[in-house]
Ligand binder design. Sequence first.
Ligand code: SF4
Length: 144
Amino acid sequence: MKPTRAFNESLWAFHFNSGSCNGCEIEIVAAITPRYDPERFGIKLVGSPKHADLLIITGPVVKKMKDRLLRVYAQIPDPKVVMCVGTCGISGGVFYDSYNLEGPVDDVVPVDVYVPGCPPRPEAIIHGVVKALAKLERIEGVGQ
Ligand code: SF4
């Protein structure tokens, strides 16, 4: 049996704000504080999409951010997983009928994991990361 990815590699995440109110960002920052300490498992935020396995997207996709989101998505090497954090990215949320909206995230890029809430609690975000890790292992066929 091969070792699982959790034991032979880290999961690095790149966060992209496609139009969030910043509420979801605050909860993501809370999720990486020492209270939860995901870095002890090798899970950390990185500054470049080229270094990431996981793309975390917050907010609905506003018109000005659509091309940037597509560019960031293309820069993440395969295999990759995409996690949408917050109700706005899932459905448009409170901004659903805004003139400035391109649409929910999965209208622009494919989404693997949805984390609902306005904003979701840190525990829910961490749960989403665990699901993303499982999806990545399935894609790679690691641990089977
Ligand atoms: S889901 Fe709530 S907290 Fe997150 S971006 Fe939308 S309005 Fe803000």
